[in-house]
Every structure is written in structure tokens, then in C-alpha cells.
Design a protein around this ligand. Structure first.
Ligand code: SAM
Length: 310
């Protein structure tokens, strides 16, 4: 079975924030649209709760799950989460997005537990720019990228949020790095979530010039229909994916995603917090699987394209 929302969009993807905690302070971070504050461990879901939510989701037709945060690697028990979710029958894809700074030591273990794909946030290759943007050390992330490739993750994607005046001119260097490391570069447009208007207006870039450059160089362009109609540009020796949601009705028209916040609420859209559906409280009060499925059904009915063309 697959749940379909009021706009005819199937529900196929779940993005679970396994913690709100993070070791970095990226100044552009949307924190997955969560209102809660950083570094609060008290409301985190347990491994069993996360795996149960994932299992119910898969029973309702969701077949792709991404772990996010905060920083997922802040959880010492992340491997248990991965193991539990990877074992769910019917799940086709389990991946994680990470800042990569703590990945080197755990890449092999995570792969052995059943994780198969990772996205690593890497906005620049310039260590000083990286430090200013994130308060982190780029060397640790580069080690994380190498370790992920070595461990066998396929693909390893590099998530680059493109910011005017900061890293907008680094795209070619990043393409070279992706080519050298056998990774895929993902250019991401800045979302106006959890950052102020002034920041957004200074740093936001529509990525249209980058897309034009990629279109000219590509030998093939693909559209990921169930991933917001994103474009993937296959250049002769490197692949670049572009995530461009702003004012893009096509992006929302092809959204197949639901989120779970780090405090256990079903969240219909990155951009909204006015229609969250609490699943953790009923679960902790002893709700049955059928009752929890009803909450998924309700959240799915509340899904709406943020930019409407439908
Ligand atoms: N800490 C993990 C990481 O760095 O990947 C997971 C959380 S982070 C919020 C998830 C993804 O969102 C990263 O790829 C990051 O680059 C992206 N991201 C963060 N803030 C963003 C923004 N304002 N607009 C677009 N993407 C953003």
C-alpha cells in the first residue's frame, strides 16, 4: 500500500531527526525546520521508538528513510538505530546526512550495521571559510569523506549549500574534489528556515547560473521524479545534483516526504510547524500500531505543497 495525499502525491520518504544536538554551528543551518533548541538531549527518542516509527512507516508504503539531526553521529547508539531500521522488511533505502566531522572513526561500523549511503555536508574546501561558517575543522570532514568512500558507501554525496559571497565561486573546485574522490556533488539552494531575512537576502543564490553551466557540460540530465523533480547532471567525469526548492512549484508538486522531528512529531513540510502531529506522546502512553498508523494517515492528509502549482 502507499498513502497518497490530497494533491495526489505518494508518501514514500521519511526523514527522521534522531537528535537536535550538534557539534557544529553552521551559520546557515535550517535545523530541519525545528523550533526546539540545540543540545537538548532530554526529549530524544529511544532507539526502540525510532525503529518502531520507521517500521510503521514502511508498513504504510514508505520505502526510503534518511537519518538526520542535529548531527546523527552525536548519538553513541546510532548503530543500533541503523541496525533496527535496516532490518525492516520492505525498506529499499536507508541513508544519513552528517556533517562528517565524526564519521572517520565510525564509517566502517555504520556500514556493517546496514547503512549504505551517506550525504556529507561540505560547503567549501577552504579551511578558513569552513571554520568561519561552521566553527569546525575541515580536516576532520575530509577524513570522514575518505573513510566513507573506503567503507563502501555508495554513493557518497557532498552537500554544498551555496552562499553568495562565501562559496559561490568554489563550485568548480568542489566538482574537481568530487571527481577525485568518486563522490557526487549536491548543490543546495539556501532555504529561508531558521535564519533571518537579512541573512537570506544577502547569501541566497537561486543556482540558475550553476544549472545553466551544468546543462551545457552534461552528457545526460535526469529528473528524479519522486525526489522533488530534482535534476541530476551527468558530466563526463562527475555527477552533480541540484536541489532548488525556492519558488519552485515543481519541487513541491513532487514532494513525497514526511519528517519526524527529534522530539517525535510528524512534520509535513520543512517550512511549517503549524500542523505537527505528535506521535511520540501517544506511543509513550501505550498506543497500538493501528493507532500510530492513524497518526501517519492524518499527517499525510495534512501534507500540502508549500509552493502550489496544483
Ligand atoms: N548535521 C547534519 C548535516 O550537516 O548534514 C544533518 C543536519 S543538516 C540540517 C541536513 C542538511 O541540511 C545538510 O546537508 C545541510 O547542508 C542542509 N542545510 C542546512 N541548512 C540549510 C539551509 N538553510 N538551506 C538548505 N540546506 C540546508
Amino acid at each position: 500500500m502507499t498513502l497518497i495525499d490530497k494533491y495526489g502525491r505518494p508518501l514514500l520518504n521519511l526523514r527522521i531527526a534522531v537528535t537536535p544536538r550538534c557539534n557544529l554551528r553552521c551559520d546557515y543551518c535550517h535545523r530541519e525546520g525545528e523550533e526546539c533548541s540545540l543540545n537538548k538531549a532530554t526529549e530524544e527518542m529511544t532507539v526502540e521508538e525510532i525503529v518502531r516509527i520507521a517500521r510503521i512507516a514502511v508498513e504504510l508504503g514508505i520505502n526510503r528513510i534518511k537519518l538526520t539531526g542535529g548531527e546523527p553521529l552525536m548519538r553513541k547508539d546510532l548503530c543500533e538505530v541503523v541496525k533496527g531500521i535496516a532490518a525492516i522488511p520492505g525498506l529499499k533505502d536507508l541513508s544519513m546526512t552528517t556533517n562528517g566531522s565524526m564519521l572517520a572513526a565510525r564509517a566502517q561500523e555504520l556500514f556493517a550495521c546496514g547503512l549504505r549511503r551517506v550525504n556529507i555536508s561540505l560547503p567549501t574546501l577552504n579551511s578558513e571559510v569552513y571554520r568561519k561558517l561552521t566553527e569546525g575543522q575541515i580536516e576532520r570532514v575530509l577524513d570522514g569523506v575518505k573513510a566513507a568512500v573506503k567503507a563502501g558507501f555508495q554513493p557518497v554525496k557532498l552537500n554544498m549549500v551555496v552562499l553568495n559571497g562565501v562559496n559561490v565561486d568554489d563550485v568548480h573546485d568542489m566538482m574537481d574534489f568530487a571527481r577525485q574522490t568518486g563522490t557526487i556533488l549536491q548543490l543546495i539552494e539556501l532555504d529561508p528556515v531558521n535564519i533571518d531575512d537579512a541573512y537570506f537576502s544577502v547569501y541566497h543564490n537561486f543556482l540558475d547560473k550553476h544549472e545553466e553551466m551544468l546543462r551545457q557540460k552534461a552528457v545526460k540530465v535526469e529528473t528524479r521524479r519522486f525526489m522533488n523533480n530534482r535534476h541530476i547532471y551527468y558530466l563526463p567525469d562527475v555527477t552533480v545534483e541540484v536541489v532548488h526548492p525556492t519558488e519552485n512549484g515543481e519541487f513541491c508538486a513532487h514532494c513525497t516526504r514526511l519528517r519526524v522531528t527529534s522530539d517525535g512529531k510528524l512534520k509535513t513540510c520543512l517550512m511549517r510547524n503549524d500542523n505537527l502531529v505528535d506521535i511520540l506522546t501517544p506511543m509513550r502512553r501505550g498506543a497500538s500500531d493501528e493507532e500510530l498508523k492513524e497518526l501517519f494517515v492524518r499527517a499525510n492528509q495534512l501534507r500540502e505543497p508549500y509552493n502550489k502549482t496544483l
